[in-house]
Design a protein around this ligand. Structure first.
Ligand SMILES: Cc1cc2nc3c(=O)[nH]c(=O)nc-3n(C[C@H](O)[C@H](O)[C@H](O)COP(=O)(O)O)c2cc1C
Length: 399
């Protein structure tokens, strides 16, 4: 059965060039057995007609706040009867009005009157999307619990290249399906570490690794969808973490350890995905090393082992999961880590395999549990690996 079956979804359509894609979105939601009601801004009607949505959904399309032809369909009724509201596409204008609490059309009134989750799918020219005012408005909405499905990069209808194209409709459907997934992890308070640590030699130079933080992000999204409270301690990463319950960015392994140590006891599941550097500089130079010094001497020393620290301190009700990126003796090394670092299971990633590793969309993994069980996942997308990890945590909690 589809996760969207019998869900009342209110689709808000605003006046952007990609409004026609909302027709396909409504069709796909209906195919998943959702009940779809469409509300359009008057500018959206310049791009697609209400008749199209009315025909597709079988429901009256609402546009006018002062329409008294159907006394039941007020903005409060529409806000109350939905399980979820999705704005697709969302114009720069609409996002900005919403972020500032403006309510001068039916759709904006509904958004202010609702208590259900609101998902916004921005679509606009790259310069508009990157405009600081728009970014600030998006940030403000995120801070207030509005969920964003990021636009994609590529060729835009206006002829420009860049970020701003509406997310693929199928990806929006996948997101909605996940949103309505079971909430079996709603009692869990999760800590995820993500990204790459940096160890500085002087104020401008450091050693690090190419971890992108994407694997950590996929896990965070999956656990959030299943109802968990998600906290992130992140090293360097370009990914947006503002959709989660809390996040903090750090540089070094020591900073990561100290941040985790502050509240270690409060987490029920800890997933260490961050790529933490194994070595650090013995001495950090206070001032920038000058270019005309012909030779630089430095010594490296063993870095803080963050996973070992957590493994030593954890209690038995906490679930501890590690990640290991290896190029050789993958299983053998991972087995050792499970035991030595007191883990429940480890996700061993063979980064020597094509398509696997830092910055790629997939990983070649094997899950090794403390009871010796081995699950060979092979090459899978990072989203699928995140699902498998969440499934395993759900199972562990059932036992
Ligand atoms: C041909 C055309 C295409 C447009 N496409 C977009 C778009 O993709 N994204 C956007 O933010 N604004 C776009 N606009 C500008 C919006 O239509 C305008 O800001 C309008 O006020 C939005 O109204 P609404 O937010 O109430 O629906 C476009 C305008 C025109 C004339």
């Amino acid at each position: 059965m589809s996760n969207l079956k019998n869900k009342n979804i209110l689709l808000g359509v605003t006046g952007g060039i990609s409004a026609y894609k909302a027709c396909e979105l409504s069709r796909l939601m209906l195919k998943e057995d959702a009940k779809v009601n469409v509300v359009m801004t008057s500018n959206a009607e310049k791009f697609v007609s209400a008749l199209t949505f009315q025909y597709l959904t079988g429901n009256k399309v609402s546009t006018d706040m002062y329409d008294i032809s159907d006394e039941k369909i007020s903005h409060i009724d529409l806000a109350d009867k939905s399980d979820l509201i999705i704005i697709c596409p969302a114009t720069a204008n609409f996002i900005s009005k919403f972020a500032n609490g403006i309510a001068d059309n039916l759709l904006l009134n509904i958004l202010l009157a609702t208590k259900v989750d609101i998902i916004v799918c921005p679509a606009m020219n790259v310069n508009m999307y990157e405009n600081k005012i728009i970014q600030e408005n998006i940030k403000k909405l995120k801070k207030n619990g509005v969920i964003f499905i990021e636009p994609e990069s590529g060729e835009l209808a206006c002829g420009w290249e860049g970020k701003g194209r509406l997310a693929e409709v199928q990806n929006i459907i996948n997101f909605l399906k996940k949103k309505f997934k079971n909430k079996k992890l709603s009692k869990e308070n999760i800590l995820i570490t993500a990204g790459a640590t940096r160890e500085f030699l002087d104020p401008v130079r450091f050693i690090s690794n190419p971890s992108s933080g994407i694997m950590g992000l996929c896990i965070a999204e999956e656990f959030k969808m299943r109802g968990a409270k998600v906290n992130i301690v992140a090293g360097h990463t370009d990914v947006d973490l503002s959709n989660f319950d809390s996040y903090i960015r750090i540089n070094t392994a020591d900073e990561m350890k100290n941040e985790i140590a502050k509240q270690l006891k409060k987490y029920s599941v800890i997933i260490k995905v961050a790529a933490v550097g194994d070595y650090k500089f013995k001495k950090i130079k206070k001032d920038k090393i000058k270019k005309d010094e012909n030779k630089i001497d430095f010594d490296l020393e063993k870095n803080t082992d963050v996973l070992q620290f957590i493994g030593d301190k954890r209690n038995k009700n906490q679930i501890l999961i590690g990640f290991a990126a290896e190029t050789d003796k993958v299983i053998q090394n991972a087995k050792k880590k499970v035991k030595n670092k007191n883990l429940d299971f480890i996700v061993a990633n063979d980064i020597s395999k094509e398509g696997s590793g830092f910055g790629s969309k997939s990983n070649f993994t094997t899950i090794i549990s403390s009871d010796g069980k081995i699950d060979k996942l092979g090459l899978q997308t990072k989203e699928t690996i995140a699902e498998k990890i969440a499934d395993k945590v759900e199972k562990m909690r059932q036992n």
